[in-house]
Structures are given as structure tokens and as C-alpha cells.
Design a protein around this ligand. Structure first.
Ligand code: PLP
Length: 363
């Protein structure tokens, strides 16, 4: 697999680049994409970088009927001295293969996938926006393409990587959001697919999100699927609480998606000698801490927003205002440190960033 060369078919036409104010999230796509195919008996083959374009699929393709698909999300950043950095991309391809394993999709060669991503980004370097807080969002994904209506693993797949320049998540610095604790719907249960980044998890989350939105809340906080007592995630982010000096995040339990940002936050807090614990965390404990004045901070973590402070939680009829609805010091320090490492302004003591060299053939 690794020896395969990636065919380059560059587009004769280039789209105009957007202004940084027009970016938003995930609406604009670059001039090229990466694609390779899988055929049973042959493995992954025909890796290529081609002009960004629609793909044609048989309506019977299994992806449309049973949702056998996985995806990833990461970002590339342009530094002030014009270098391109990826943040811990190996972790995303490791996780892609863990998702593949759960969905019966054949694994990809992680090193080759990273190499393909680097070549694609090298072609699209001019698309990486340079305004403060902007980046190039990277969406690798795999779909099942065998035309067959039987429920079984597909014998054919497509692995693709598309790129989207994205704007600053917070226009005026990070600000806290209001979160509704979800008591009816659940996101995942242990034994299900919560640990995998697979489409169905997000399709099934829309209903609760829509209801929360209608009540003026930004996201829902998901509780465990069995007892609806224990905290799992917030929206599609992992979640942390600071309770009486201890920073707590729910332990991975088979239904929580293991975030790269979550892992980075834990490593950073440890390196700052702050007490951080991964354990089971009941919503009732949060309420008790709130009542006794010991709930000091709460924030979500994920690639899109990096750190998203929580200013308010609504649980049934009980409203909890956290840190007077403002961003706490831990959330602030984590945000500035992680974004600083990502855009090359801060030291990178853990060697988390990976530089993308310019490939001669892609200039
Ligand atoms: C992607 C995702 C996260 C965050 O993962 P990162 O690697 O930090 O971006 C958390 N929860 C869910 C459900 C996710 O899909």
C-alpha cells in the first residue's frame, strides 16, 4: 500500500478564494480532493488527487441504505512564517481505523493516509486562510459503494478527503454557551457505536438538538443511555468540569467518543500539575457542587471550537449559572495554549504539530 504513488490530476481552473469574513464553517470547498477505492480481493487502490467534483453512485449503494460509513475531522493551520501545521493527525487516522473496525470497513494504511493528506494540502496551500482564528478544516471519510440491498458489510468502498477553509469559531474571543441537559433522548450506549465517528450517531442526535435550539440552548448535554444519570458528552464535544479544584471528565466507557482535544487537555493539565481525573460523573454530583458553590468551571472540547466554555446548564427545571456565565481561567489558559501550539505561536513541548512540506510536483 505504502509504495503506491498518488496520481495527480490538477484542475485547469481555480475558484476565487473567499474573504475571511465569508468563511463560516464547512460551506466552501477547495479546488481538489483525494480519493481512493477499495475492492474486495484487491485492497485499497488507485489513490489520486483530482479536481473537486460531484461523484456518481448507483442508487443501490449500501451507504444510502444502511449507513456503513465513518469520518474524521482535523485542521491545518498557517503559521506567521508561512509554514503549514497539522495538529496530531496520526491520532485521527488511528481513530479512523478504530471506527472502521466497529463498522466492518477495511482499515486504511495510517501512514499512507497521512502522506495523501500532506500531498493534498500541499496542492491546496493557498486555500489556508491566515486571519486570526481561521484554518483549513479537513474531512476524511469512507463510504460503502457496493450496489446491494442486503444487510452485510460492503465489498467496495471509497475513501475521500475534502478540505474546507473555515472562519474563526468565536468572532469576539471565546464566550460561554447555554447547555440543556437532555433527559429523554440518548446519544449512545456502551456496545453501540458511540465510540466510532459514524454518521448514524449524528443523524440520531438532531432531534434533541432541534428541541434545545427551540428553547434557546446551544447544545445538549448527553447523559448515559442506561440510567440517564451520568454525564457523557456535550453536543459533539467531550466535556470537563472543575469541582472544588478537581478537573473531572467522564472516563471512556464504551459510548463516549475519544477526542484528540480531550486527550490534549488532559496531558496539558497534568503538565501544569493540576489535578485532572477521568471518572464516572453523575449529574446529581454537578447539582450538589453547584448548590455548595463548588462548581467552578465547565467547558466542552473538540476540534471545531477547541474549548467551548459552558455558562449555563438547564437540568429539568433547574438552572445552574457557572462562573457567573463567564469564561473561567482554566478554559482561557487551555484555549490560548492549544490554539497557540496549533498556529505555531507557542512552544510545542509534546511535539504535537506535524509540518506539511511543499511537494515539488504540487507547486
Ligand atoms: C469528533 C467528536 C468529539 C471531539 O473529538 P476531537 O478529536 O477532539 O475533535 C467529541 N465527541 C464527539 C461525539 C465527536 O464526534
Amino acid at each position: 500500500m505504502k509504495e503506491q504513488t498518488i496520481q495527480l490530476n490538477l484542475s485547469p481552473e481555480r475558484k476565487p478564494k473567499p474573504q475571511s469574513e465569508e468563511l463560516g464553517f464547512g460551506k466552501i470547498f477547495t479546488d481538489h480532493m483525494f480519493i481512493m477505492d477499495y475492492t474486495e480481493g484487491q485492497g485499497w487502490h488507485d489513490p489520486r488527487i483530482v479536481p473537486y467534483q460531484p461523484i456518481s453512485l448507483d442508487p443501490a449503494c449500501m451507504i444510502f441504505h444502511y449507513g456503513q460509513t465513518v469520518f474524521e475531522g482535523l485542521k491545518a493551520y498557517l503559521t506567521e512564517d508561512n509554514r503549514v501545521l497539522l495538529f496530531r493527525p496520526q491520532k485521527n487516522f488511528e481513530r479512523l481505523n478504530r471506527s472502521n473496525e466497529r463498522l466492518c470497513i477495511p482499515p486504511v494504511d495510517e501512514e499512507f493516509a497521512l502522506e495523501a493528506l500532506k500531498q493534498l494540502i500541499s496542492v491546496e496551500k493557498d486555500w489556508i486562510p491566515n486571519a486570526e482564528g481561521t484554518s483549513l478544516y479537513i474531512r476524511p471519510f469512507i463510504i460503502s459503494t457496493e450496489p446491494f440491498l442486503g444487510v452485510a458489510p460492503s465489498s467496495r468502498y471509497k475513501f475521500m478527503i475534502i478540505l474546507s477553509p473555515v472562519g474563526a469559531y468565536y468572532k469576539e474571543g471565546i464566550h460561554p454557551v447555554k447547555i440543556l441537559v437532555e433527559s429523554e433522548f440518548v446519544r449512545a450506549v456502551a456496545g453501540g457505536t458511540g465510540e466510532a465517528k459514524t454518521a448514524g450517531n449524528y443523524a440520531s442526535s438532531l432531534k434533541a438538538q432541534e428541541i434545545a435550539d427551540g428553547k434557546g440552548y446551544t447544545q445538549v448535554l448527553w447523559l448515559d443511555g442506561l440510567e440517564k444519570k451520568y454525564i457523557e458528552e456535550v453536543g459533539s464535544m467531550n466535556v470537563f468540569f472543575k469541582i472544588n479544584g478537581e478537573i473531572v471528565t467522564p472516563a471512556l466507557n464504551g459510548s463516549i467518543l475519544e477526542g484528540v482535544t480531550r486527550n490534549s487537555v488532559i496531558e496539558l493539565l497534568k503538565s501544569w500539575d493540576l489535578p485532572v481525573t477521568e471518572r464516572r460523573l453523575a449529574m446529581e454530583e454537578i447539582r450538589e457542587a453547584y448548590k455548595s458553590g463548588q462548581l467552578e468551571e465547565a467547558f466542552g472540547t473538540g476540534t471545531a471550537a477547541v474549548i467551548s466554555p459552558i455558562g449555563e446548564l438547564l437540568w429539568n427545571d433547574e438552572k445552574m449559572i457557572i462562573n457567573e456565565g463567564t469564561t473561567g481561567p482554566i478554559a482561557k489558559k487551555l484555549y490560548s495554549t492549544i490554539t497557540g501550539i496549533q498556529n505555531g505561536k507557542e512552544q510545542d513541548p509534546f511535539n504535537w504539530t506535524v509540518e506539511v512540506e511543499q511537494y515539488a510536483a504540487t507547486k
